[in-house]
Design a binder for this molecule. Sequence first.
Ligand SMILES: Cc1cc2nc3c(=O)[nH]c(=O)nc-3n(C[C@H](O)[C@H](O)[C@H](O)COP(=O)(O)OP(=O)(O)OC[C@H]3O[C@@H](n4cnc5c(N)ncnc54)[C@H](O)[C@@H]3O)c2cc1C
Ligand code: FES
Ligand code: FES
Length: 480
Amino acid sequence: MIEFYLNGEAQRCASLAPDTSVLELLRAELQRTGTKEGCASGDCGACTVAIGEPDRDGRLHYHSINACITPAHQLQGRHLVTVEGLARGDALHPVQAAMVECHASQCGFCTPGIVMSLFTLHERQRQAPVALDDACLEATLGGNLCRCTGYRPIQKAARRMAAQPDVRPPWGDSPGLADDVAALGSLLDATGYAMPITLTALHALRRQYPTARLVAGATDLWLEATQRLQAFEHLIDVSRVTELQTIDATPDGWWIGASVTYTRLEPLLDEHYPAFARLLRRLGSAQIRNRGTLGGNIANASPIGDTPPILLALDAHLALEGPNGARQLPLDDFFLDYKRTALEPGEFIRAIFLPRPTGNRHLEVWKLSKRREDDISAVLGAFAWRQENGCLHDVHLAFGGMDATPRRAQATEAALEGQPPDITAFDAARQALARDFQPLDDVRGSAAYRQLAAANLLERLRLTIDHDAAQEVCLDAYAH
Ligand SMILES: Cc1cc2nc3c(=O)[nH]c(=O)nc-3n(C[C@H](O)[C@H](O)[C@H](O)COP(=O)(O)OP(=O)(O)OC[C@H]3O[C@@H](n4cnc5c(N)ncnc54)[C@H](O)[C@@H]3O)c2cc1C
Ligand code: FES
Ligand code: FES
């Protein structure tokens, strides 16, 4: 049984299969067909809905998600808002009114998802002023594809929302809604889907169901259901385990719980690792960043996952726990082969240690993908180094998309270690790069493209270090 609120109304759903998505629940069980299915893989945004999570002060905070790849069981103790829940009779919600006023809908299939993404922005605006600049609108709408209207009227609508009559959805009248939602709690009584909230309970469930799959944000795992039509017999949800949700600061760095989402990680990275934070804005879409976790990205062990190369360049390590106890492992030793990791049976990632930046250590991260928004990397380069007496030291160069696993380029690093960052050293580094990797050859890029692109990222690194040359070639013109 899962208990949640849908557009202000209490819902109790029993006997859902563990692999039921929010979209299936809405359209097939609850007959709410305003939410559309386009791709069923988190890419198009047609299925976007908003989830309200109660905070400690008794307020609901709404974030956008892709209903097609979100487990229905994750609605437990949440308020789900869909496009049907916005208007008050004939009076349109300000988002809808602005969309009409700006002619921002044509075929309309994408429109419910766009409205819901803008709804979450509108809710944020209600809490505090939000600058509706291009970056904000791109971040809000980057996960919503619209093929016929074009984004100009949609962006215009976003800027006109605040000028519309302040029509609140009917459920907005209920002052006790947040408390009612919070009262449902996280405890789930469901067959085949367990949602522990403590580490002890997670260990017990792992012992009880040794073959159950773990799920966090489901932004990778659920594609196995929607794209490969696999059924999950038993799932253990780690997204609400308190110990996996914390970020603990130490003098040397931060232990980031494996279930911390990208959205929650952003302020920390903004402050301490701006290059990492910039990459985060290009990781998936708002809907993906609201659900996807660092632990899921690492455990998924994709050669084109975006955070592993950065974490490798920064010497991150992992806290793992399992039936044989707890251990720590350098991330360097975690990826064994294509999608194969050092996790032992029953083991899971508890947290990721991100070292604090030191004053003179630099980090650059560049992601190459076919589209700027919401696209997976063809190649990602993460470069960390320190410069002393005109020479490069502690050079860590890690790449994604260049091999079966994300990994460091050891020969390339050796070619630069202790050298001045000049043309001679970087020529040698590019030659070493060709020895370091025999890149992947697939739909995202041929092996030759990847080799050349990675070598060009090294040239970009040289130009970035050489400030005078960088100004000459105007690096920002190429930057994403
Ligand atoms: C449209 C779309 C765009 C995307 N764009 C990007 C992108 O730009 N860059 C990128 O890197 N990725 C991208 N992804 C992939 C995905 O969003 C990320 O890999 C994300 O970090 C996965 O985290 P999750 O919590 O959703 O993992 P889940 O899907 O819940 O789990 C992924 C895997 O990790 C395992 N797992 C989860 N938590 C743990 C744990 N604590 N210990 C051990 N195993 C665990 C699960 O069993 C599963 O095998 C995209 C996905 C989609 C659908
Ligand atoms: S249907 Fe396309 S993102 Fe969900
Ligand atoms: S209005 Fe047609 S795809 Fe968006």
